[in-house]
Design a protein around this ligand. Structure first.
Ligand code: NAD
Ligand code: LMR
Length: 332
């Protein structure tokens, strides 16, 4: 057996973590032969709840779970970690927009950035889930200057999965028969779920998704709106934000980063290097492919229509505004 991979999950007493921890510990992400050391960070008032989570992890009697370290101290939590899954944040409640959360959450990610910089392995892979995910990821990267910018990401895989499921449902095919759905931009209601490059397998034939759907109005209106507002719809129904589907998307994101995507395209928030005219330095979701060396590359050469350009710019503008607002709180 190899050395355990040390994985930090923050917000470990929360509802996403409750699904996520079990999946990681049983081998869904790093493989069925890879031992895991789990570090669980939450705030001090949640330590009693976290004790219960630790008891349950023990009671699962999982062969791969080498170690569980619950803590409320960032210096312990970030020590020598290989992977940081930053879920802990204040979740959005019904009626709130993500920008309302900026003020509280930038403080958390500034402090965690300093801890990451001081204590984590320099190869650490960071996934920010806590909202506003793109901007929180930008903040933490700013405060961890010794970690390469390529090691930071934010989760838009849930949006990609939602888009894929909408198309599969529309065509009455299984999810695995829908590929190359893209999420551009912010994990927010301005995101652009794009089907222009998506392909589907229908009756054994591979074809462009839009040709199979044959309903431009659905593609340009209903589909985009449904994916953009799905998080809010779940909150309205559950009175809590998505947790099971978020945990599943985190597993998809990390597994693909760890092992590579092969020919598949996946969407993730990464720091822009200027691809597709997106402002350099912004944490923006792109379609990417990941090789087995874990280097993330934006899918090159896609044709961008005027319709797509406009939508990509709208979500970019929101991210610029969020970034400026976040950094103004930090300077205040
Ligand atoms: P939750 O309230 O159930 O759990 C959040 C946990 O984070 C709590 O236990 C809380 O005590 C903890 N926490 C707060 N501040 C912390 C800190 N400084 N350090 C460590 N832990 C801290 O929330 P949840 O439903 O698990 O959601 C977590 C976050 O994920 C929210 O911001 C939510 O909006 C976001 N989210 C993102 C996506 C996505 O696709 N990017 C999807 C779903 C939810
Ligand atoms: C989601 O997409 O489900 C989460 O980000 C929750 C939200 O605030 O929309």
């Amino acid at each position: 057996m190899s050395e355990p991979v040390k994985v930090l999950v923050t917000g470990a007493a929360g509802q996403i973590a409750y699904s996520l921890l079990y999946s990681i510990a049983k081998g869904d992400v790093f493989g069925e032969k890879q031992p895991i050391s789990l570090v669980l960070l939450d705030i001090e008032p949640m330590m009693a709840v976290l004790d219960g989570v630790v008891m349950e992890l023990q009671d699962c009697a999982l062969p791969l779970l080498a170690d569980v370290i619950p803590t409320s101290e960032e210096a312990i939590a970030f020590k020598d970690i290989d992977v940081a899954l930053l879920v802990g944040a204040q979740p959005r409640r019904e009626g709130m927009e993500r920008k309302d959360l900026l003020k509280a959450n930038v403080k958390i990610f500034k402090s965690q950035g300093a801890a990451l910089d001081a204590h984590a392995k320099k190869t650490v892979k960071v996934v920010v889930v806590g909202n506003p995910a793109n901007t929180n990821a930008l903040v933490i990267s700013r405060f961890a200057p010794s970690i390469p910018k390529e090691n930071f990401s934010c989760l838009t895989r849930l949006d990609q999965n939602r888009a894929q499921a909408q198309v599969a449902n529309k065509l009455g095919i299984s999810n695995e028969n829908v590929q190359r759905t893209i999420i551009w931009g912010n994990h927010s209601s301005t995101q652009f779920p794009d089907l222009a490059h998506a392909v589907v397998h229908v009756n054994g034939k591979l074809m462009p998704a839009q040709e199979a759907i044959k309903d431009d109005n659905w593609v340009k209106n209903d589909f985009i709106k449904t994916v953009q507002t799905r998080g809010g719809a779940v909150i309205k129904a559950r009175k809590l934000s998505s947790a099971m589907s978020a945990a599943k998307a985190i597993c998809d994101h990390v597994r693909d980063w760890w092992f590579g995507t092969g020919e598949r395209w996946v969407s993730m928030g990464i720091i822009s290097k200027g691809d597709y005219g997106i402002s350099e330095g912004l944490m923006y979701s792109f379609p990417v492919q990941i090789a087995t060396d874990r280097v993330v590359k934006v899918v090159p050469g896609l044709t961008i229509s005027d319709f797509a350009r406009e939508k990509m710019d709208v979500t970019q503008a929101e991210l610029v505004e969020e970034r400026d607002c976040a950094f103004s709180f930090l300077e205040a």
